[in-house]
Design a protein around this ligand. Structure first.
Ligand code: URP
Ligand code: ZN
Ligand code: ZN
Length: 464
């Protein structure tokens, strides 16, 4: 088996750091320490002098090739995970979404077909349950045994994805009984639909009315409700793409009753504010996503919640649509603009530059929320930290290199970027995925279509 020695790096975990070397044999880390060259030989030596070394990132929220709102997300598993590798994200958890009326195994099989033989990064699935009934309930133990241990629910997108509270309660009970975790898109679908109808009836049809039709109250109400449902069922719950102060206030109050609530936010909610919807020439459509981009005050609340541990993970909700040919389906009606944007490639670099470099979070917190927490919450026991016996998913990172995000040079398969022109400090240089160098000095290196593996996840750890 090939041995690779990475030497002289500044190595980071979620709790500590040291200067030293990492020895990789095959797909695993086999030694860590100082001056490993004195005790071990290697086939390849990578000098990481002046660089940070941290675990491959895990993006716990992506939608590759998602069929949605009359079109489909522009990245497939190959292009999307390749973009991820360029940005130091070596594993994703994508959403296999049930079509109402079909079985859960149908949707999981469909997602295996999309990803298998194509994905270049490792991948796992959450199973999104859009139709909970006696039949689908019976499928859940088998899915958990097969490594799909988290179950997504939508409290919005009525008529397509949304489930009601009765289904949510049933699902929480079954999932807990068999060792899984329920995750939730928390927005009150009825508030949203009422507001959409209201603005449309007034002829208010530009992209900014998408944002106004998704008020923070709709998110906050759904967050409160799902926490109450989970408390009643004595079930942990993971809230995806949390975007606003309203939700965070309710989550923090909820901690008083000792309930286990895991909170995810996404890079765009930490970094962008709702002035993006005032851009001319329909450009606000690029930022149409649910929940929408919020106010600067919401950003402040998210950063401090991240700092103090109330927000556990930073994901992307990567769901790209081209500005030309997809977003413009809603040129005359914001409710027809496909919801979502690209993010996987720049998640690590954005949060490093805007979080660590600015002093908002520590480097250890960065590793915790980008790598270690997604691994432990979602049962990826070989991922998320650098240690002996772990998968050798390793990022070698220049903390001082400056670069600018542009849709002309990014690897997302989409014609625009919500971070166009952002100047960042800190760049991914070299990436190993299960021991193989896949990015070298910023460029893809001998990446083979289909090299990514399906990750069977462990049941949820109720001691977390
Ligand atoms: O706008 C979004 N977030 N699109 C993807 C689907 C979802 O709600 O996560
Ligand atoms: Zn969502
Ligand atoms: Zn999503």
């Amino acid at each position: 088996m090939k041995k690779t020695l990475i030497k002289n790096g500044h190595i980071w975990s979620a709790v500590d750091d040291f200067f030293g070397d990492i020895l990789v044999e095959g797909d695993k880390i086999v030694a860590m320490g100082k001056d490993l060259a004195k005790s071990y030989s290697a086939d390849e030596v990578i000098d990481a002098e002046g660089h940070y070394i941290f675990p491959g990132g895990i993006d716990a929220h992506t939608h590759m090739e998602l069929p949605f709102m009359g079109t489909k997300a522009a990245d497939d598993f190959e292009t999307g995970t390749l973009a991820g590798l360029h940005g130091g994200t070596t594993s994703i958890i994508d959403f296999a979404i049930q079509t109402q009326g079909n079985s859960l195994s149908d949707c999981v099989n469909t997602w295996h077909e999309k990803a298998g033989g194509k994905s270049v990064g490792d991948y796992a699935f959450h199973c999104a349950v859009t139709d909970y009934n006696e039949k689908t309930a019976k499928e859940i133990p088998g899915l958990i045994a097969g490594g799909i241990t988290s179950f997504k629910t939508f409290m919005a997108y009525k008529g397509a994805l949304m489930i009601d509270d009765r289904m949510m309660l049933g699902l929480m009970g079954t999932v807990k009984e068999h060792g899984g975790l329920v995750t939730v898109h928390a927005e009150n679908g009825d508030i949203v639909d009422t507001m959409v109808d209201h603005y449309k009836s007034q002829g208010l049809l530009s992209p900014k009315y998408h944002a106004l039709a998704h008020p923070p109250e709709a998110e906050g109400e759904a967050v409160s409700r799902v926490m109450d449902l989970a408390h009643y069922k004595d079930s942990p719950v993971y809230i995806v793409h949390t975007s606003c102060r309203d939700s965070l206030e309710r989550i923090k109050k909820n901690f008083l009753r000792d309930q286990r609530v895991f909170v995810e936010t996404c890079a765009q909610y930490l970094l962008l504010d709702d002035s993006v919807y005032d851009k001319p020439n329909f450009e606000g459509a690029k930022y149409v996503m649910s929940p929408p981009i919020r106010k600067k005050d919401d950003q402040a609340a998210l950063w401090s919640s991240l700092q103090c541990g109330h927000v556990h993970t930073v994901a992307t909700d990567h769901c790209p649509f081209n500005f030309h040919g997809q977003k413009d389906m809603g040129k005359d009606d914001f409710s027809k603009i496909p919801n979502g944007a690209a993010g996987i490639e720049h998640r690590m670099e954005l949060i490093f530059s805007e979080g660590v470099k600015t002093g908002r979070i520590t480097m250890n917190k960065f590793v915790e929320v980008m790598c270690s927490n997604p691994a432990s919450i979602f049962g990826l026991d070989k991922k998320g930290t650098l240690g002996i016996g772990k998968d050798a998913d390793i990022v070698i990172f220049d903390p001082n290199q400056k670069h600018t995000i542009s849709s002309k040079s990014h690897h997302h398969n989409v014609d625009s970027s919500i971070f166009e022109g952002w100047e960042l400090t800190g760049k991914v240089r070299t990436v190993l995925s299960r021991g193989k160098v896949v990015v070298r000095d910023g460029a893809a290196d001998q990446v083979e279509r289909g090299q990514g593996e399906f990750l069977k996840r462990k049941p949820f750890n109720y001691s977390l």
